[in-house]
Design a protein. Structure first.
Length: 221
């Protein structure tokens, strides 16, 4: 749960948030991830658990916007104040994104395992729908009107900060898949290579996020 949470915080940095917002996104994701695990252990519906986890994580990220904008005394203000208080809402539920099932779906279809591929595709779609429902419900309940209107996803960090955030995200998400601890440094290095390649192609060469993402995944693979 902690690994997944900090992985979401790392993605929040990639979206342009500052480091206090990184921790707000991480805490919201940790609690949402743990809640989903508890609900799964209780035997409730898998897709409903995803929706509830996404709802709670988004709700907690919304609550953090009030904490991060409070007028606090000096030391607390330096630690808790965020100039990007809304960015955690974009990253707090990313631990649910079904990236691996989506890759497996494409792989099965290319290998002509059509029935299995379609099954994976439907499962992936249901996960996305459940996640989207939970987030949308939280946005509606909280009365958030600037979730997709005013937020800029253009990051302004140094490459060193990108690299640190990428390493955190890569290691955090790899923990979900039970990778051996002795290989975590390899995963961290891979995340740094992928993200820095993507950002270089995207921002420095000006080819945009699609080509940048393709080149990042191509190089690290």
């Amino acid at each position: 749960a902690v690994g997944a949470g900090f992985a979401c915080g790392g993605f929040c940095i990639q979206f342009g948030c500052d480091w206090p917002a990184f921790f707000y996104a991480s805490v919201a994701a940790i609690l949402g991830f743990r809640l989903r695990a508890v609900l799964n252990d209780l035997g409730s519906n898998h897709f409903m658990n995803i929706a509830v986890a996404a709802f709670v994580s988004t709700l907690l990220a919304w609550v953090s916007t009030f904490i991060s904008t409070l007028a606090l005394p000096g030391p607390l203000h330096a630690v808790l104040h965020s100039d990007t208080p809304w960015h955690p809402l974009m990253a707090c539920a990313l631990f649910i994104v079904p990236g691996v099932p989506l890759i497996n779906f494409v792989s099965d279809m290319l290998d002509n395992y059509v029935q299995v591929g379609i099954t994976r595709a439907v499962n992936t779609l249901l996960i996305v729908v459940a996640m989207s429902f939970g987030i949308a419900l939280a946005i509606h309940v909280c009365g958030i009107d600037n979730f997709v209107k005013d937020l800029s996803m253009t990051p302004h960090h140094t490459y060193f900060e990108f690299a640190v955030a990428a390493a955190i995200s890569a290691v955090g998400f790899s923990m979900i898949f039970n990778i051996q601890r002795r290989l975590l440094w390899v995963v961290a290095l891979g995340g740094i290579i992928a993200v820095c390649t993507r950002n270089f192609v995207n921002f420095e060469l000006g080819y945009g996020p699609v080509i940048g993402s393709f080149m990042g995944s191509f190089v690290v693979s």
